[in-house]
Design a protein. Structure first.
Ligand SMILES: NC(=O)c1ccc[n+]([C@@H]2O[C@H](COP(=O)([O-])OP(=O)(O)OC[C@H]3O[C@@H](n4cnc5c(N)ncnc54)[C@H](OP(=O)(O)O)[C@@H]3O)[C@@H](O)[C@H]2O)c1
Length: 146
């Protein structure tokens, strides 16, 4: 990531801790190791990443979501990167979003996908020194976050 904001990492950890997280292979490789205290589900077509304690491999986002559904957790977090966020939004599988809007410019190649704001309702906002947090739910949908 093109920034290092401790408070945002803490927000991410506090939000996702204890719940399954789903990510693309590239995001996992930037992390380097499974996130502690969460089942890490990595989506990949290849064999570069192998299963280990706290990490399971899936061949599609759907496969990961279906597995996580069987765990009975009230929340499943899709934590990126760009490709996986795009698939989650385009497939309609994402029913809530928690987005951090950084209050500074940063260079980078991977972006959060565009989404149709009309389809989402803002339920809460929070301000931090270097970023704002916006909580969204998909309109006309019951979610684990509301
Ligand atoms: N700011 C943030 O909140 C945030 C969050 C997360 C990540 N990031 C950044 O985003 C960047 C990575 O994002 P990215 O879009 O390049 O990659 P990504 O979404 O993390 O991973 C893409 C990879 O996931 C696998 N994949 C995607 N769709 C798949 C499918 N349907 N079936 C099977 N495998 C599938 C493929 O792996 P294989 O090629 O192995 O098949 C693909 O190359 C990193 O720089 C990371 O730091 C930022």
């Amino acid at each position: 990531m093109p920034w290092n904001v401790k408070e945002e990492f803490k927000h991410f950890k506090d939000t996702t801790f204890g719940h399954p997280v789903i990510m693309g292979r590239k995001t996992f490789q930037t992390l380097g190791k499974p996130l502690r205290g969460r089942l890490n589900c990595v989506v990949t077509t290849g064999n570069e990443v192998t299963e280990q304690e706290g990490l399971k491999i899936f061949r599609s986002l759907d496969e990961a979501l279906n597995y996580c559904d069987t765990l009975g957790d009230e929340k499943i977090f899709i934590i990126g990167g760009g490709e996986i966020y795009r698939q989650a939004l385009e497939s309609g599988k994402a029913d809530a979003m928690i987005l951090s809007y950084m209050k500074f410019e940063a260079a980078g190649e991977v972006k959060f996908p565009n989404f149709n704001a009309d389809e989402w309702e803002i339920t809460e906002r929070a301000e931090r020194e270097q970023f704002g947090i916006v909580y969204y739910i998909k309109k006309n949908q019951k979610t684990g976050l509301n």
